[in-house]
Design a protein around this ligand. Structure first.
Ligand code: ATP
Ligand code: MG
Length: 357
């Protein structure tokens, strides 16, 4: 099969980690007989420098007509003085909106070989950890009505409205249950339905969706309890589904359990199978150009693209297995070994993983 992928290499280490990911995807293509076609499109700081705007219309057009988007990272201190609506990070918000990316998937995985990087005690994470946080991305309090009372932004009060429509909850719940079907068949829905009306609606709609998935276990937790359980007993979780704000907080918490920002992929999905795939980390300008960037987060984002957008589960697994093998063989990028002299470079890491496919 042929697959068209729009590529935003981005800023800082973005182009370095994306190059290694393309290398690995091409190897997968050769091995399994697929043809991945990559089209570079500018966004973020690189686009500001090239054409004077962070998200050119042409980038959006090409992204929309592709099967998926692969993104490195955007932004950096170079663009600190760019006006607000043209800041590089705006390109991400713009892409999410234009592409209708309403579901943000963030796996938090602890590779056994890297367990000592986790801030949690070994007995809490022993046997590995594999959680996915499914965060609603285009609704809720971040997008509800906002304002100030009397006297504008120096007045006595300000407000933000949390609102969810049933349809919004239903579609994100479906993403979570579909994912659980491919994993350990457990969904934990996180809300605050003891105090929030929007959470009461959330809980009811999630329960309705659950009826269509009799093989999946549904658990409901209040967000404060979920935050606590994530560090006390994270192995109870498989798929966590939650609102935009709770998901923002819990996905950061979950990612820190793993202790290695350079290993964490993410996906943002739209209706149908379209998705944008990117590492959780940023553009890391402090190490750009030094060969110290760990490309694994982006490479694993490529695996998610194969699994969730193209439906290529076996091919996705071949990438995850290749990463596992790289770690088991004892190789470490600088971030995984405190910069020890035997660290492999970004390019060597990509070469070794590609060779393991
Ligand atoms: P953003 O606001 O875009 O999320 P940030 O400033 O919060 O960016 P990152 O760019 O993710 O953070 O960098 C945080 C730290 O982690 C930096 O010291 C960076 O060098 C390191 N880091 C991030 N990604 C990687 C990676 N892939 N490999 C090695 N180190 C990384
Ligand atoms: Mg950050």
């Amino acid at each position: 099969m042929n697959y068209n992928i729009a590529v935003v290499r981005g800023d800082g280490i973005g182009p370095e980690v994306v190059a290694e990911t393309i290398k690995v995807l091409e190897k997968v293509g050769q091995k399994f007989g697929h043809s991945f076609h990559f089209t570079d499109v500018p966004a973020g700081g690189a686009a500001i420098d090239a054409v004077g705007e962070c998200l050119p219309a042409e980038t959006v057009r090409i992204a929309k007509s592709s099967d998926a988007v692969l993104l490195g990272a955007v932004g950096g201190p170079k663009w600190d003085n760019v006006p607000g609506d043209q800041r590089p990070e705006r390109a991400l918000l713009g892409l999410r909106k234009e592409l209708g990316l309403f579901a943000n998937l963030r796996p938090a995985m602890v590779f056994d070989q890297l367990a000592d990087a986790s801030p949690l005690k070994p007995e809490i994470i022993s046997g590995g950890l594999d959680i996915v946080v499914v965060r609603e991305l285009t609704g809720g309090i971040y997008f509800g009505e906002k304002g100030h009372k009397d006297g504008g932004d120096m007045g006595p009060a300000a407000y933000d409205v949390e609102q969810y429509a049933k349809g919004e909850v239903r579609r994100i719940a479906k993403v979570a249950f579909d994912m659980a079907m491919k994993r350990s068949r457990k969904v934990t829905s996180v809300d605050k339905s003891n105090v929030l009306e929007s959470s009461r609606l959330w809980r009811r709609v999630v329960a309705e969706v659950a009826e269509d998935y009799p093989g999946v276990e549904l658990d409901n937790l209040y967000v404060d309890n979920a935050a606590m359980q994530l560090v006390r007993n994270p192995r109870q979780f498989d798929v966590i589904v939650t609102s935009n704000m709770f998901g923002d907080i819990l996905s950061d918490e979950a990612s820190q359990i793993t202790g290695s920002i350079g290993m964490l992929p993410s996906a943002s999905l739209a209706d149908g199978n379209f998705g944008m795939y990117e590492p959780v980390h940023g553009s890391a300008p402090d190490i750009a150009g030094t060969g110290q960037a760990n490309p694994i987060a982006t490479i694993l984002s490529g695996a998610m693209m194969l699994r969730y957008t193209f439906g290529l589960g076996e091919e996705a697994k071949s990438i995850e297995d290749a990463v596992n093998r790289f770690l088991s063989d004892g190789y470490r990028t600088a971030d995984l070994c405190g910069g020890a002299p035997e660290a492999v470079t970004t390019t060597q890491c990509g070469d070794l993983i590609a060779a393991n496919i």
